[in-house]
Design a protein around this ligand. Structure first.
Ligand SMILES: Nc1ncnc2c1ncn2[C@@H]1O[C@H](COP(=O)(O)OP(=O)(O)OP(=O)(O)O)[C@@H](O)[C@H]1O
Ligand SMILES: [Mg+2]
Length: 234
């Protein structure tokens, strides 16, 4: 999986502190275009902090982040939020869908926020919902969907604007094992179809083993990296 091209997303010397506590104690990480990687590690090891720092949700005290070779860590909040809306997609542990909106409205939201045509945005949303097996459920609100279905809506929402990187923090945390694995495979397949890179934080070792590359983090530092051929999970 490693190649010589410029990484799509790169972090160097990332340090994130909360008071005296080091959430990230000097992390270097490269993610290439279209790559799928899992970040694993014990609770409190810094996984969410790393994801949030890479995505520009949190600012690191030290270190550099580049996207396609361009520094993004020094952008102001307005530019960072624009970057998050256009270049990145997010899937969180439990959906974070807007409860008042239908599935298709939730999925279309990032496009509408980017001033895209309403009809076009809804059409793109419906297309992705169909590809994720949710045809016929476009008009349901999140409360009318199962946990696995709601996560697939969240995946559709994360990908419809064709981001370069999708960040997923424990996307299966609220699901049973089987539904969780199916959900992650839906995410990986969707990303493959668009060429997006995917960074998945997970506690699930079995799931991590099915992803081409795993980065282990402990006490805010990268412990080891493993690249293996993906093996299918049930
Ligand atoms: N807002 C905060 N204020 C203070 N300390 C924080 C804050 N967020 C995280 N931390 C601390 O930073 C460290 C890393 O937290 P982080 O959330 O990145 O861990 P994690 O690996 O995602 O854990 P989990 O698997 O439980 O989600 C922990 O020691 C945590 O207590
Ligand atoms: Mg976390």
């Amino acid at each position: 999986m490693h190649n010589q091209t410029t990484p799509l997303l790169s972090g160097r010397g990332l340090i994130k502190r909360y008071g005296q506590q080091h959430a990230l104690a000097g992390v270097d990480i490269d993610v290439h275009a279209g790559e799928v990687l899992a970040i694993v590690g014990p609770s409190g090891s810094g996984k969410t902090s790393l994801l949030h720092v890479l995505a520009g949700i949190l600012r690191a005290e030290e270190g550099q982040i580049t996207l396609a070779g361009q520094r993004i860590d020094q952008l102001n909040e307005t530019r960072r939020s624009e970057l998050r809306r256009t270049e990145f997609g997010f899937v969180f542990q439990s959906g974070m869908l807007v409860t008042e909106l239908t599935a298709e409205e939730n999925v279309a939201l990032p496009l509408l926020l980017g001033d895209r045509d309403k009809r076009e945005s809804i059409a793109a949303a419906r297309d992705w919902l169909g590809r994720l097996g949710l045809a016929g459920k476009e008009g349901r609100r999140p409360g009318e969907l199962s946990g696995g279905e709601a996560q697939r809506v969240a995946i559709a929402r994360a990908i419809t604007h064709r981001p370069k990187v999708i960040f997923a923090d424990e996307p299966t945390g609220a699901l049973d094992t089987k539904t969780g694995h199916a959900t992650v495979h839906a995410l990986i397949d969707a990303a493959r179809a668009t060429g997006a890179a995917v960074i998945i934080v997970t506690h699930d070792r079995e799931l991590a083993a099915a992803v081409p590359r795993t980065v282990s983090i402990r006490d805010g530092q990268i412990e080891r990296q493993a690249s293996a051929r993906a093996v299918p999970v049930a």
